[in-house]
Ligand binder design. Structure first.
Ligand code: ATP
Length: 310
């Protein structure tokens, strides 16, 4: 029996949290050296790619609650991923790309990176370019610092710009409540604010993720709650003072700990287990501080096939 190539492939990729994020001074190219511990959590965008009639190029559609905030043109990271894969493989970039966007936009959850990673995996399947994971990871790193982790998923230590990943042992799962703000924060603006604040005063950074790594290895959420670290928090709080209250209410709602995710403004609250997460989420919802309050758990897998059709 001959197998026909797939005409449509769907891949989902997860949101991420940074459980530890130490930011070094900016290098000459403006990028900051990072040490970060990534955790992929169970909130996913799905990218579905399908064949178009020959040589009609790329078409992109975005659906989901935040779709209006996402460009549906060549500036979209998914589109850029498609162009890069086609160029490197020496083929024409012809495909329909549909993003079902469930990861909030400009939220510090790496939603754009998830879409780029999912697009690489989906189009690699559709176009039959058959790159291995290492080759896909190289393309991912060209697209953005968080894209390699979106591809990888689970838990990882990120160095360099966050794009050099190494393995982290994690026992069991962790349960989270995510407080999604009504408006996003721009990552470059948050980094610029950190540079500005550091030029004014001494802001010590603990570059050692040992506390988070030990807590993950032991699968101990109490220990993890005391080790959560984010150097960008001071900058996000400077730009959005209202986040102070969002952090404070975590304690009142019974969370074990809380932190701003990446460049924010999403606040991630750590729960003891799934049941506790639902209780904390209900209490946080009642505060009325957020556009939405969602529960998620980690580690979640990286960009993976969800379905294909022939
Ligand atoms: P990170 O945590 O990686 O810094 P983020 O999660 O804060 O990023 P994103 O949701 O990835 O932010 O999007 C940041 C900006 O990138 C958006 O405001 C949007 O204009 C642009 N963008 C381009 N492509 C996408 C995409 N596929 N999804 C979301 N935003 C995109």
């Amino acid at each position: 029996m001959t197998s026909r190539a797939a005409t449509s492939i769907a891949v989902r990729a997860p949101a991420k949290l940074n459980l530890f994020l130490a930011v070094g001074p900016p290098a000459e190219d403006g990028y900051h050296a990072l040490t970060t511990v990534f955790l992929a959590v169970s909130m996913f965008d799905t990218v579905t790619v399908s064949h178009v009639r020959a040589r009609t190029g790329l078409r992109l559609a975005v659906s989901g609650p935040d779709s209006a905030a996402v460009p549906a043109d060549a500036s979209n990271l998914a589109w850029r991923a498609a162009v890069l894969l086609a160029q490197r493989s020496g083929i024409d970039a012809d495909a329909d790309i549909a993003i079902d966007k469930q990861i909030p936009v400009a939220a510090g959850l790496a939603g754009g990176s998830a879409d780029a990673a999912a697009t690489l995996v989906a189009l690699d399947g559709l176009w039959g370019t058959a790159l291995d994971r290492g080759q896909l990871a190289e393309l991912a790193a060209e697209l953005g610092s968080d894209v390699p982790f979106s591809l990888h998923g689970h838990v990882a230590l990120g160095t360099g710009r966050g794009d050099r990943l190494s393995a982290v042992l994690a026992r069991g799962r962790t349960d989270w409540v995510l407080g999604i703000a009504r408006t996003g924060l721009s990552t470059p603006v948050v980094y610029a604010e950190l540079d500005r604040l550091r030029a004014q005063r001494d802001l010590p950074s603990d570059g050692d993720p040992a506390g988070v790594l030990t807590a993950l290895r032991q699968g101990d959420p109490e220990l993890l709650s005391g080790a959560l670290t984010n150097d960008l928090a001071v900058a996000a709080l400077s730009l959005r003072p209202d986040l102070r209250r969002a952090l404070r209410v975590g304690e009142e709602a019974g969370a074990l700990g809380q932190l701003i995710s990446g460049s924010g403004p999403t606040v991630a609250y750590l729960a003891r287990d799934a049941e506790h997460a639902i209780t904390v989420a209900a209490r946080l919802s009642a505060e009325g501080l957020f556009a939405s309050v969602r529960v998620a758990s980690g580690p979640a897998p990286g960009a993976r096939f969800a379905r294909s059709a022939r």
